[in-house]
Design a protein around this ligand. Structure first.
Ligand code: CTP
Length: 405
């Protein structure tokens, strides 16, 4: 449908960037970015006049987002001749405007454009040797100032390198290192830095990218005390095991794996340094509890659990429940990653699978029906019922009724 609207408005439409890159690599990518050689906002409005969807526009940038009823989104940008051409310039036969748009992008492999309409429909525009670099599995910037113009590209380079199994080209690596030396990465604002770091930690196996960050000397730019000793590397490996274990439980409750990895990455920082880092990165306050209080509690519990194990005194279900219930899933997985003892780890997994959701079967209403007058006693009774359940002393509603009586 997009192509027809483009034809009707007589504007060329291209799919660009990651979508085309992944198409050529045979990887799924549902983020569709279109560039319109013309007025992208007018195009998006016209498209939504003809189809059941909504449009959000940003006039300042000439961009729009088309939002379909099922939530699917398509980003639209304008490559407008008038931005780049003198008035009265020749018709844009060489695609000068889209070429300029693509030239401003980060790496050659992201500069492919696929024509979606008009006489060129289906043609692949490759101005900067993207296909060759995809073949050679190499990441190259388009010009010498790329990392200076946008230092977050340093992190993007590392993320793409590891995700795609590519390598950063020699000259590009030199440019990257010199951007670091000249202090450009220090100037990246906290929230942007946080976003790049989180994106790296959201990759399915983030350790190689983190190792590459360490190797390129990037960690001190995140926090002056941040390092990657062997202990932290093995923590990543354990965290990855814990996260996979969790995913296989199919609880239906999402867990933020990146937060577990963030806890691992910063495990060597003292509390003050971590707070400093959180402030600098502008980490959303909803994560604050996990990165503060719960992290402290996990470090404490790890020592406590391992001591109990060392004395041959495993924790009883009631104790496990009392200590672990307050923790978020991410903190529990971090705890599992930290303990270097399979049995102690199994206490935590046992809590998660068997105890976490435990609750008395009898409700307050049923207690009332049993003739117990409502009051502060209820809380005590329900706690007793919960403990009995955790200890395996009651299995059914009848057991509970007997106990109450
Ligand atoms: N881009 C850029 N510089 C940045 C961020 C983005 O040049 N700092 C360009 C890239 O060329 C990219 C496009 O903007 O193709 C869209 O960005 P994004 O959606 O982040 O990139 P994808 O390539 O789609 O990456 P991902 O697969 O991780 O979504």
């Amino acid at each position: 449908g997009m192509g027809e609207v483009g034809d009707a408005q007589n504007v060329p439409i291209f799919a660009v960037g990651g979508f085309v890159r992944d198409l050529l690599l045979g990887k799924e990518n549902l983020d569709i970015d279109l560039v319109i050689e013309g007025d992208g906002i007018a195009f998006a409005r016209e498209y939504c006049r003809r189809h059941p969807c909504r449009v959000r526009t940003h006039a300042k940038f000439g961009t729009a987002v088309i939002i379909f009823p099922d939530g699917f989104k398509v980003d639209i940008a304008s490559a407008r001749m008038e931005y780049y051409h003198e008035p009265g310039a020749l018709p844009n036969v060489e695609h000068a405007s889209i070429k300029l748009d693509l030239y401003r992008r980060d790496f050659t492999i992201n500069t492919l454009a696929l024509a979606l309409n008009g006489p060129e429909k289906g043609a692949l525009l490759d101005f900067f040797g993207a296909q060759r670099d995809l073949q050679d599995k190499v990441l190259r910037v388009l010009h010498n100032l790329s990392f200076v113009e946008d230092s977050t590209r340093v992190f993007r380079a590392i993320r793409f390198e590891q995700r795609l199994g590519f390598h950063i080209g020699l000259q590009t690596e030199q440019l990257l290192r010199s951007a670091l030396r000249m202090g450009f990465v220090e100037k990246v604002g906290g929230p942007r830095l946080f976003n790049e770091l989180a994106q790296i930690l959201k990759e399915s196996n983030p350790l190689p990218a983190v190792e590459r960050m360490a190797e390129l000397g990037l960690l001190p730019y995140i926090h002056s005390r941040l390092t990657l000793p062997p202990r932290v590397k093995s923590l990543f490996a354990e965290a990855s095991r814990a996260i996979h274990w969790y995913e296989l439980l199919y609880t239906g409750e999402p867990c933020q794996g990146w937060l577990v990895y963030f806890l691992c990455l910063t495990s060597g920082l003292d509390e003050e340094s971590l707070e400093e880092l959180n402030r600098r990165l502008g980490i959303p306050s909803r994560h604050g509890v996990i990165l503060g209080e719960q992290r402290r509690e996990v470090h404490r519990l790890q020592r406590f659990f391992e001591r109990r194990w060392g004395r041959g005194r495993p924790l009883r279900p009631v104790e496990l429940h009392a200590r672990l219930s307050p923790l978020a899933t991410e903190a529990l997985l971090y705890l599992m990653a930290r303990v270097d003892n399979d049995e102690v780890r199994s206490w935590v997994s046992y809590f998660y699978t068997a105890l976490r959701k435990a609750a008395p079967l009898l409700s307050g209403d049923e207690l009332k029906a049993l003739g117990i007058p409502p009051g502060p006693l209820y809380k005590k009774i329900l706690k007793t019922l919960l403990d009995a359940r955790l200890n395996g002393k009651v299995a059914s509603r009848e057991d509970e009724i007997v106990l109450v009586k």
